[in-house]
Design a protein around this ligand. Structure first.
Ligand code: AMP
Length: 109
């Protein structure tokens, strides 16, 4: 698959505000936060989206996202992964948004 800006962050070719990393994934603050807490969790493996990732990788990034949300957002938070153009996916490298720190609307826009 094509390289993306998230591949450059993984390789440290461009800076990011990294808040967590392990052998399988990286988490960093979104450059354009939509909530007081807005973290992206990405696998090191460049799967295009959640439909492409294997279960272990998808499970790991979701678990890390849930842990980061629970640590930082005691009143609740949302995990989102956008897939494809109608969902607004703009970076073709699987990422889980961790959004929190304010009340959320439902349904999402
Ligand atoms: P999506 O629209 O679901 O594909 O989400 C992509 C997210 O990546 C957006 O929320 C962007 O603000 C974020 N983003 C794009 N470039 C960067 C970057 N260099 N560092 C941090 N976040 C970024």
């Amino acid at each position: 698959m094509a390289d993306t800006i998230f591949g450059k962050i993984i390789r440290r070719e461009i800076p990011a505000d990294i808040v967590y990393e392990d052998d399988q994934c990286l988490a960093f603050n979104d450059i354009s936060p939509q909530a007081p807490v807005h973290i992206l969790v990405i696998p090191r493996q460049p799967y295009e989206d959640a439909t492409q990732a294997n279960a272990a990788t998808l499970g790991h990034v979701m678990q890390v996202a849930a842990r980061l949300g629970a640590e930082r957002c005691p009143n609740g938070f949302r995990l989102v992964t956008n897939i494809g153009p109608e969902a607004g996916q703009s970076v073709q490298h699987l990422h889980i948004h961790v959004l929190g720190g304010r009340a959320m609307q439902w349904p999402p826009g």
